[in-house]
Design a protein around this ligand. Structure first.
Ligand SMILES: NC(=O)c1ccc[n+]([C@@H]2O[C@H](COP(=O)([O-])OP(=O)(O)OC[C@H]3O[C@@H](n4cnc5c(N)ncnc54)[C@H](O)[C@@H]3O)[C@@H](O)[C@H]2O)c1
Length: 369
């Protein structure tokens, strides 16, 4: 690989242009080409980014000299085909969420990347978000006490997509956040959805996720709610923590409040022998080192490719999220019937644990943000 890593960005719409900007600004990378099906979109980009080759032809873009890696930021249903071509052409791939719209396809991408020894990373951006990482550190150090449940709301008026429903569009964010915060995967899911906008796919959804140790997660997504909310709440016996992504002044608030059962006497045998202790303390908002999460994610990709390390949100993590989403779809089809999920032992946990700790070290020394 040359001194600068050469990038091709496929899918340069609303979100893709943020990749173009980040990788253009980064000294470690050079944006070699932009590929989009829409010529008019490429023409718009030409004014802002005069250097890269612009093309509607993926095969042509993949043949250009100096392309080491590809960002796949097309509509979700095109992710698989585009990423497969890129991996087959020997390119490292950073793919947007959801990495594919079926488990089988996501698994094929993971297998292909492993067979070719290529980096496959999924854009689960919240794993690179300072607020989410802070909350995870509180959970890991036991600051919340016993973890009771988590819930997330992602509502707004649209933007309505025409290839996947609101659940596939939005809930992968929250499932990746929950999996990451809890260090676990759900054992079962139950979900309902409705099509209020009559566009043949669910625009409103409610998902319940059953995690180990009876910890419950709930995700509400909607394209039909006039109130824009981007919120994750974690409730424990000692504290409640709120992540409000729309509140830049107080992204994380900690409520030092909670309720817990405390036994009366040495060995209680009935419910009545328990008392409930209520904590009612302060509300605080920690200072968070909040760089642009997408920039952190992009830098992490570059580092993983150049050092051959597994990314924090590697193909396996992306596949886990797709498996949960597929189960969500099965539950919706049965009006909320619980769908069990069985997981094999985590594939390469040690490598990911090493990655996680080195990532922490780099962010705490400011090298990544
Ligand atoms: N991480 C985040 O916070 C975040 C935010 C928004 C969107 N996204 C994800 O980014 C992806 C793109 O979303 P968007 O909002 O930019 O959508 P968009 O519709 O604005 O852009 C998608 C672009 O991909 C192009 N495209 C589609 N198929 C293609 C193909 N086969 N080859 C080349 N170009 C193709 C389209 O012409 C379009 O310009 C989605 O997967 C979405 O879930 C992530």
């Amino acid at each position: 690989m040359a001194e600068q890593m050469g990038l091709l960005i496929v899918g340069c719409g609303y979100w893709g242009v943020n990749y173009v900007r980040n990788f253009t600004e980064m000294p470690e990378t050079r944006v070699v080409a932009l590929c989009d099906q829409r010529v008019e979109r490429l023409n718009e980009l030409r004014r802002r980014f005069p250097e890269p080759v612009l093309t509607t032809d993926l095969e042509e873009a993949l043949r250009l000299p100096g392309v080491d890696a590809v960002v796949v930021c097309t509509n979700a249903t095109a992710h698989y085909d585009v990423a497969r071509h890129c991996l087959e052409a020997g390119k490292h791939v950073l793919i947007e969420k959801p990495m594919a719209t079926s488990t089988e396809r996501a698994q094929r991408l993971v297998d292909l990347a492993a067979a070719r020894r290529l980096t496959l990373m999924v854009g689960h951006i919240f794993l690179y978000n300072g607020a989410v990482r802070k909350i995870k550190s509180y959970i890991d150090e036991g600051a919340l006490g016993e973890l009771y449940y988590l819930y997330a709301r992602r509502t707004n008026l649209g933007p309505v997509r025409f290839d996947v429903n609101a659940l596939w569009d939005l809930a992968p964010h929250d499932i990746s956040i929950f999996n990451y915060m809890l260090g676990a995967r759900p054992e079962w899911v139950s979900a309902v959805g409705t099509q209020v906008l009559h566009n043949c796919r669910e625009d409103v959804g409610f998902i319940v996720l059953g995690y180990p140790n009876k910890t419950l997660g709930h995700v509400h997504v909607s394209w039909a709610d006039p109130l824009k909310v981007r919120e994750v709440v974690v409730v424990g016996s000692d504290k409640r923590i709120v992540f409000d992504d729309l509140n830049p002044l107080e992204r994380v608030r900690i409520f030092d409040k909670g309720i817990a059962a405390s036994p009366v006497g040495p060995e209680p045998t009935t419910f009545e022998e328990y008392h409930f202790s209520i904590r009612d303390g302060e509300i605080s908002s920690p200072n968070i080192d909040f760089g642009e999460p997408l920039k952190t994610q992009c830098l992490h990709f570059v580092e993983c490719v150049s050092q051959g390390c597994p990314p924090l949100s590697d193909g396996h993590e992306g596949l886990n999220v797709v498996r949960v989403m597929e189960a969500v779809g099965r539950s919706i089809a049965q009006r909320g019937a619980p769908v069990e999920l069985e997981w094999e032992e985590a594939e390469d946990k040690p490598a990911r644990a090493v990655m996680e700790s080195s990532y922490e070290r780099r962010t705490s020394t400011g090298a990544v943000h």
